[in-house]
Design a protein around this ligand. Structure first.
Ligand SMILES: [Zn+2]
Length: 260
């Protein structure tokens, strides 16, 4: 029996648990404040990064399209050369035709090749126009992108500075929070996190001030005040469900925090 008792972890009193909870609340509130300083910046930076990535993709697509049109024009030039050679060859053959049928055939062939050349030239001209239009769009896109990139650089710099300024504080606070969480039982911690999430000011544990709950500012009945001060049970505000601590305990936690 005696051995078993040694193995059980040190009993945490309700008072210690309440203090840990209230401390955790002050630490969580400080982390919240750091997040507020960062504000929308992290989201704005992320959105700008996504936008720029989209712009770069569009630019690369334009480049691909230009390359495709230029290749097509190279092919057209080659096809024109072949057709022109054929025209020369057939025109020469026209001098040595032996009958009308041969003459007609060659003439038709020459006409056909001329039409082919015309088609290739037309296609090349259309492609060139399209290339010029794309290049114009690329120019606008590049100018806009440059502006957006500058916006991003500024915002990123601002965010990095804030993170650098608050990094140490945040790390220290997060470590403190983890330590405190280990003292608090899981059920209470789950309730703490749930209340914090659902309340706009992130308060799940509040002190009583001038007989009122500092979470919702409703009056606390005298008997409940006594129960809170007794530190025998975890008492929650009957209006907002936040855990209540008496001003003395709150004061003690704040004093200890300052001494650290
Ligand atoms: Zn309340």
């Amino acid at each position: 029996m005696a051995k078993k008792k040694e193995e059980t972890p040190k009993e945490v009193t309700i008072e210690e648990r309440l203090k840990a909870l209230y401390k955790l609340q002050t630490v969580a509130s400080q982390i919240d404040r750091i997040r507020t300083i960062r504000g929308e910046l992290p989201i704005e930076v992320q959105e700008l990064e996504d936008e720029l990535e989209g712009r770069h993709t569009r630019y690369a697509k334009y480049e691909e399209e230009i390359k495709r049109l230029q290749d097509k024009n190279k092919q057209n030039t080659e096809d024109i050369r072949i057709a022109t050679e054929a025209i020369e060859r057939f025109t020469e053959q026209l001098n040595t035709v032996r009958n009308n049928r041969e003459y007609d055939l060659l003439t038709k062939e020459v006409e056909f090749q001329h039409l082919q050349v015309e088609g290739y030239e037309k296609n090349t001209a259309t492609n060139k126009e399209r290339i010029a239009a794309i290049q114009e769009e690329m120019k606008i896109l590049a100018e806009e992108t440059e502006g957006r990139q500058k916006d991003l650089d500024l915002k990123r710099e601002e965010l990095d500075q804030i993170i650098a300024d608050t990094k140490q504080d945040e790390e220290r606070l997060r470590m403190e929070a983890r330590e405190l969480e280990s003292v608090i039982d899981e059920r209470l911690l789950t309730a703490f996190n749930r209340t914090r999430k659902s309340s706009r000011n992130g308060l799940a544990v509040v002190s009583i001030d001038r007989d009122a709950c500092m979470g919702c500012f409703n009056k606390i009945p005298p008997q409940r005040m006594l129960d809170v001060s007794a530190h025998k049970k975890i008492i929650v505000c009957e209006y907002c469900g936040r855990v209540l601590v008496d001003p003395e305990l709150a004061e003690e936690v704040h004093r200890e925090a300052k001494e650290q």
